[in-house]
Design a protein around this ligand. Structure first.
Ligand code: FAD
Length: 465
């Protein structure tokens, strides 16, 4: 009998428990479903679609070497998987788990359908170090604060990363229909805006591992300082590879720990702390499936965020209207150099440095007074690493409405952040070459006044409670 392995956010052949199970004692076929129809599934953003196209090409060639054909189908995933399983006549289907509400619904439906069809269905843990339901506070509730969450994680055991399957029985039977990848139109044609993405990234498993090796050999040693310098490559840039599952957190953790003696335990601890934040974001999504839509702290529901179209007209401080402000931020034309540099890096490469993400997000929410959900939405469309947990959790963290969030009144000053973290101005010069020239505009809002307006709005909100 044949098995079917269903790929989703785990586009790799190494450390892939579902793939190992499918190939253990039978020939296997693989399926990727592009699901834009199941209820609640968030359609991928444009930069993510670009990444996915190349990731699937890479996965296909990796699977080829193992004699496993990759089928591509579009449509509601559980329905499509049931059809393909029947067409292939498989005895078993295997997949690695996802943790969003709608995604879990699809998986539950699939288990039900498999049971009805008499097919063995089994899911595995692959993209998180710890299953979110295994970690809870003494009261049995989800964690809201990072430090005790991280402590709880550190007390749990972890499996080592797994290898790739040995080339085994090749799939021999007739293959059902597979879509042509090009027919999904994941890559932009006219205009082709993806040149900067192509220059910056090679999606795929081997490229992810190269980056990981380069990082543990190099920047890891100075990670504690280097990670805050956007002008240097002080971080691993593994986020899209983790997002798409080209590398697994088990592999990253093991590679970093293996270098602890040479690279210093505090650098390793700092890096593993960031992987811990990743887990914390998924923990939040698991417990709050509406993370991208609802404030985790409901008192923020009454905050007078600006939204283009709502109330129309000018911003409440007499400045430009919300839609003009939002567009200026998106395009990197706010007149605030570090913000503009970050937004332009994002637009060109599909990625932005973490320090700059924090500053730019804070500027949108607190200085421009715009609802964090609009910023989250823009990042969702433009980041190659956008994921349904980390992106909204980070936006809520910046806005003050999230778990273990920065207190609202702690507002980044984008000018002092620039002086501190880009002291030689190299990052700003790279992305905003006209900075300092007469054609660079003045700030779209006064940084001090808008900060004051935000604090007053927050005080009024607290007074209302
Ligand atoms: P490294 O410093 O090398 O860190 C290693 C890994 O740890 C990262 O690849 C990532 O998986 C994880 N990580 C690092 N920082 C964080 C963090 N603050 N929170 C959670 N996980 C972290 N990250 C995403 O992967 N996807 C997103 O959609 C995303 N949206 C963000 C939105 C905002 C407003 C902010 C402030 C941050 C966001 N981040 C997001 C977190 C962070 O900016 C990126 O993970 C990081 O910049 C990726 O670069 P790196 O791989 O070089 O990180």
């Amino acid at each position: 009998a044949t098995s079917l392995v269903w790929f989703r956010d785990d586009l790799r052949i190494r450390d892939n428990p579902a793939l190992l199970a499918a190939t253990a004692d039978s020939a296997a076929a693989a399926l990727y479903t592009l699901d834009e129809e199941s209820e609640g599934i968030r359609p991928l953003g444009a930069a993510a679609r670009w990444w996915l196209h190349h990731a699937l090409e890479d996965l296909r060639s990796e699977l080829d070497r193992l004699g496993i054909p990759l089928l591509l189908r579009r449509g509601p995933a559980a329905e499509v998987l049931t059809e393909v399983a029947a067409e292939l006549g498989v005895a078993a289907v295997y997949w690695n788990r996802r943790y969003g509400g709608a995604e879990r619904q699809v998986d539950a439906e699939m288990k039900q359908r498999a049971a009805e069809a008499g097919i063995h269905a089994e899911s595995f843990q692959a993209s998180l170090l710890h299953e979110p339901w295994r970690i809870s506070t003494g009261q049995g509730t989800p964690y809201k604060v990072f430090t005790p969450f991280r402590k709880a994680l550190s007390e749990l055991g972890l499996r080592p990363p797994l290898g790739a399957p040995e080339p085994g029985q090749r799939f021999g039977g007739p293959l059902p229909h597979s879509d042509e990848l090009d027919s999904w139109q994941l890559v932009p044609q006219r205009p082709d805006w993806a040149g900067g993405l192509r220059d910056a990234w090679t999606p795929g498993e081997a490229a992810g591992h190269e980056l990981l090796e380069d990082f543990v050999d190099g920047a890891l040693a100075d990670y504690e300082q280097g990670r805050d310098r956007p002008a240097v490559q002080g971080t691993s840039r593994l986020s899209p590879y983790l997002r798409w599952g080209h590398v697994s957190p088990f592999q990253v953790r093991a590679a970093v720990l293996a270098r602890e003696a040479e690279r210093g335990s505090s650098a390793v601890r700092a890096y593993l702390g960031e992987l811990g934040w990743r887990e914390f974001c998924w923990h939040q999504l698991y417990h709050h499936p509406l993370l991208a839509k609802q404030n985790l702290r409901p008192e923020f529901d009454a905050f007078p965020w600006q939204r283009p179209g709502s109330g129309g007209g000018d911003g409440n401080d007499g400045g430009a209207s919300p839609s003009v402000r939002l567009l200026a931020w998106q395009r990197g034309r706010t007149g605030v150099p570090l913000v503009d540099a970050g937004q332009r890096e994002l637009w060109a490469t599909g990625w932005m440095h973490n320090r700059v993400r924090m500053v730019s997000a804070s500027f949108l929410v607190k200085n421009l007074g715009i609802d964090w959900r609009l910023g989250e939405h823009w990042f969702w469309d433009t980041l190659v690493d956008a994921d349904p947990a980390t992106n909204p959790a980070s936006w809520q963290w910046v806005a003050g409405s999230g778990a273990d969030a920065a207190p609202f009144f702690r507002i980044f000053n984008p000018l002092s952040q620039q002086a501190k973290f880009d002291p030689e101005g190299r990052y700003v010069a790279r992305w905003v070459p006209e900075y300092g020239q007469p054609d660079y505009p003045g700030p779209i809002v006064d940084v001090k006044e808008s900060r004051q307006a935000a604090l007053e709005a927050y005080q009024a909100l607290r007074g209302d409670l």
